[in-house]
Each structure stands twice: as structure tokens, then as C-alpha cells.
Design a protein around this ligand. Structure first.
Ligand SMILES: [Zn+2]
Length: 273
């Protein structure tokens, strides 16, 4: 079982190869191995590959090997046998431990890029002791942004609520989700989102699990709950269709089958009873 330890300390000299999570925009630099799997560069420094990142730093250790997050310039040339791929495309293609660390690396690179200057007084930010930057002028601190979003399976007897979001491709059904608002508990966010999107009341809200979803910076917090009242009404235009589905009808509706996402896991847990 692979183990990742988050760390802020930078190796004083690079004597061992590290894993380099190098992004151009939101896309990760990956290479095809001889075995046809995808992997990322394991080198002392990206300079060996002719790459000069705009910014890079060590953000932790995977099984003792340093992990670097790096931002490549838009014009970065592609080393031979390498390509840039979005993280979502990499599910199932990149080793699970590397995939999980890549999901940590992307928001760190984003934060590093987007927090060069103080948002209050525009002074260049400096590194802080923890995973933050600090303004030497006004002390404002800038942390990597994590946006909590609830995702919820609503059960009614032997059926579950599945909805088609207007933003998703035709025929794609899933559970409801939405961002928590400032000052709101996650349970309040569950109640509000379901009320806003489909006009239903729910009860018995229970925690299911969570998943970082760095597209760009969500933390999905999964819940299950029970229907308590109301009729489905599509109020705010976000949801194009919603209805109750038995396990059998849900299986017919949901193609491709449940994915690696927590939405998929929530639905799978219902389908498996
Ligand atoms: Zn400032």
C-alpha cells in the first residue's frame, strides 16, 4: 500500500530522483511505458528533459520519494514519447497512487500560479511556514483554495433520485450536487440544494465519504438521505430532468456504469443494496 506524506520542506540538494508532476495549464505531463501504461517523469530535475518550469517545489513524499509540483510555460516543448493529458482522462490509466498525488499536485500548482500577489494590496507574496503565502506588507495569507461541495443520494423506499443537469451531455444522469455557501453547515447545504434544484424535503442525512475533485478545487462531500416530502419541481433551470429510479431502471439509465467518482460510488452502493 503506497503512502503519501505531505511536506513543505525542500530537499537541500537533489541526489535522488523524484516524481515530477508537471502541468501545462490543467494538463499533466505523462509518458507511455513499454508495457503500455502511463507514468510521469521520475528524474532528478526536469532540466534533464530540456524543460524549464516557471515554478516548482517539493510538496511531499510518496513511499519516500520526493514529489514535485511544477508549472510549465505554455510554449514548453514536449519531450519525445511524452504528452499532456487532463487528469480526468488519466483515471484508470495512471497508477492509482500517482493519480491520487496528481490530484493533490494540480491545486497546488494552480494556487502557486494564481497567488503571486496580495489580493488586498498587490504586494508580491512570500512563502509562509505552512502551506500558504503571506503578504509582507499587510499580513494577508493566501491558502490553496478548497471549495466544499455536497453530493447527495436521495432515497425513497426502493428508489433513488437521479437527475440530468442542463450542463451535462445528453443522457447523463447522476445524483445532485452543489457548493456549500459561506456560513452554512454541510447538512444545511444538502437540504438547500435539494430544495432549490428539485423542490423536495429530505431527512436522516448521513455522511457517506469524500473525494477531492480538483477541477479546479472542489472537495466533494458525499451524503445519503431519505425523501421526506414534496413533489419534484425543476425550479432553477440547473436540472433539466429528474425522477425516481429503481435499481433495475437505474442500471438501464446509467451507461457507462458507475465511475471512479464519488457520484458513481454513491449510486453503486445503492445498486448493491
Ligand atoms: Zn497585502
Amino acid at each position: 500500500m503506497s503512502h503519501f506524506i505531505s511536506s513543505l520542506s525542500q530537499p537541500t540538494e537533489r541526489t535522488k530522483v523524484g516524481w515530477w508532476f508537471a502541468f501545462r495549464g490543467p494538463r499533466l505531463l505523462v509518458a507511455q511505458t513499454a508495457a503500455g501504461q502511463l507514468t510521469i517523469p521520475a528524474v532528478l530535475d526536469l532540466a534533464e528533459m530540456g524543460l524549464a518550469p516557471l515554478r516548482s517545489h517539493c510538496f511531499g513524499l510518496l513511499d519516500g520519494r520526493a514529489c514535485y509540483a511544477a508549472e510549465l510555460p505554455e510554449e514548453a516543448a514536449l519531450p519525445e514519447n511524452y504528452q499532456f493529458m487532463g487528469l480526468r482522462q488519466l483515471f484508470g490509466q495512471l497508477d492509482e497512487p500517482l493519480m491520487r498525488v496528481a490530484m493533490r499536485a494540480l491545486p497546488i500548482v494552480d494556487w502557486d500560479r494564481n497567488h503571486q500577489f496580495c489580493g488586498h494590496c498587490a504586494t508580491p507574496l512570500e512563502p509562509a511556514q505552512d502551506r500558504a503565502k503571506v503578504c509582507p506588507q499587510c499580513n494577508l495569507r493566501a491558502y490553496p483554495r478548497i471549495s466544499p461541495a455536497i453530493i447527495v443520494l436521495v432515497q425513497r423506499g426502493e428508489t433513488i433520485l437521479l437527475a440530468h443537469s442542463a450542463r451535462h451531455p445528453q443522457g447523463f444522469y447522476s445524483v445532485l450536487a452543489g457548493f456549500a455557501e459561506p456560513g452554512e453547515t454541510l447538512e444545511e447545504a444538502v437540504v438547500r440544494e435539494i430544495e432549490e434544484e428539485v423542490g423536495l424535503q429530505v431527512q436522516n442525512i448521513r455522511y457517506f465519504g469524500s473525494q477531492p475533485w480538483p477541477f479546479p478545487d472542489s472537495l466533494m462531500i458525499g451524503f445519503v438521505c431519505e425523501y421526506a416530502g414534496g413533489e419534484i419541481q425543476l425550479n432553477d433551470g440547473e436540472i433539466a430532468a429528474a425522477d425516481w429510479y429503481t435499481a433495475e431502471s437505474a442500471r438501464q439509465l446509467l451507461t457507462p456504469p458507475a465511475s471512479v467518482s464519488i457520484a458513481g460510488q454513491l449510486i453503486e452502493s445503492f445498486l448493491q443494496g
